[in-house]
Design a protein around this ligand. Structure first.
Ligand code: GLU
Length: 339
């Protein structure tokens, strides 16, 4: 328990640092912009991310850090917000409450086509892709004492499938369906935010939890560092998912990132998606151009900001996108020959 608390403290500290990098000074800036006409006009943009122990939150921080360095040149001030995840971010961007957000590639596809969570609302015509970032895997962790060795063993257990605004909730539902399980009937499903799940599994309040995230993540470090022993459970019958959904790919979760996990194999089989950076057609071309240019022109520095970006290439950052690419981003890709 002590270890978990220490980790939580560590995460809070990291959050404070990320906030200091990404946010801060907004009020002073607004005041200065309003009173000092010699300064370039300030544009404030907010990036929606995910829970603070995920990888979206530091990803928003990494993008904000790179862009805010050139504040004098562009007049753009980027701030980062912790949110419920992909679905929340896309909907908030469409509502004009956020300018940018990180969202799973499968969610970008579904919103663009008007399926899954967007079945009632229809295609999100104004959703625009900027670039993709790290790979994410869909994982199930379970407490060793709950005797869960496959998805079929979830019957009758308490399982977090994710909050409604998250991207991973649908991944959990799809994985369950591929293994003949229904979340409404076969077990006690919880709709918790990702940040809460590691603490609750350690406290014995839930037996297992799904999450879709890049690696390494604070979430799994926290979940696997407590007294209650935790393991990653392989997700079977993936072929039926791949045949049905164009946005899923086979993947493996590497255990070297989580030495506290009880697994003995190097990797656990599963499926995955990509984290993507999205915006709205209503966001100005100059703003999207500036952000794209700064991230790509400072690619080496950017990839050092989180270990989940290891192995990332500029070319790969233009894959996994299903919404139209924003014209501001496209202008940059054409200039440098990436399109
Ligand atoms: N993929 C998760 C979601 O959209 C968020 C992961 C993260 O925050 O890194 O729900």
């Amino acid at each position: 328990m002590k270890k978990v608390r220490l980790l939580t403290l560590f995460v809070i500290l990291l959050t404070a640092i990320a906030l200091a990098i990404g946010c801060g000074e907004k009020k002073e800036d607004e005041k200065a912009a309003a009173t000092d006409s010699s300064k370039p006009q300030q544009t404030f943009v907010t990036i929606g991310t995910g829970g603070i122990t995920g990888v979206y939150y530091p990803t928003g921080g990494a993008i904000a850090k790179i862009v805010n360095k050139k504040r004098a040149e562009y007049g753009i001030r980027c701030t980062v917000e912790s949110t419920g995840g992909s679905v929340f971010n896309i909907n908030a961007i469409m509502a004009g409450d956020l300018e940018f957000g990180v969202a799973q590639s499968d969610r970008q596809y579904q919103a663009t086509k008007g399926i899954a969570d967007w079945k009632d609302k229809g295609p999100q015509e104004d959703l625009r892709a900027v670039f993709s970032i790290h790979a994410e895997t869909v994982d199930l962790i379970a407490a060793i004492d709950a005797n869960i060795n496959s998805l079929a063993d979830l019957k009758g257990k308490r399982v977090n499938i994710g909050n409604l605004g998250s991207g991973y909730r649908q991944n959990a539902i799809d994985a369950l369906e591929a293994n003949g399980l229904n979340w409404e009937n076969d077990f006690h499903a919880e709709s918790l935010k990702a940040a809460e799940a590691p603490g609750l599994i350690q406290d014995g309040r839930i037996d297992a939890a799904f999450y879709t995230v890049g690696h390494p993540s604070g979430y799994y470090k926290e979940a696997t560092s407590g007294v209650r022993k935790i393991k990653f459970v392989p997700i079977e019958n993936i072929d039926s998912l791949l045949a049905k959904y164009p946005y899923y790919a086979k993947a493996a979760t590497l255990m070297k990132n989580y030495p506290g996990a009880a697994n003995t194999d190097d990797a656990v089989d599963t499926f995955g998606v990509k984290a993507t950076f999205v915006t709205s057609a209503k966001v100005a071309d100059e703003v999207v151009y500036a952000i794209t240019k700064e991230v790509f022109d400072n690619f080496e520095d950017f990839t050092k900001l989180h270990p989940a970006y290891a192995g990332l290439t500029k070319e790969a950052m233009l894959t996994g996108l299903s919404a139209p690419i924003h014209p501001g981003a496209m202008k940059y890709y054409k200039e440098v020959g990436l399109q």
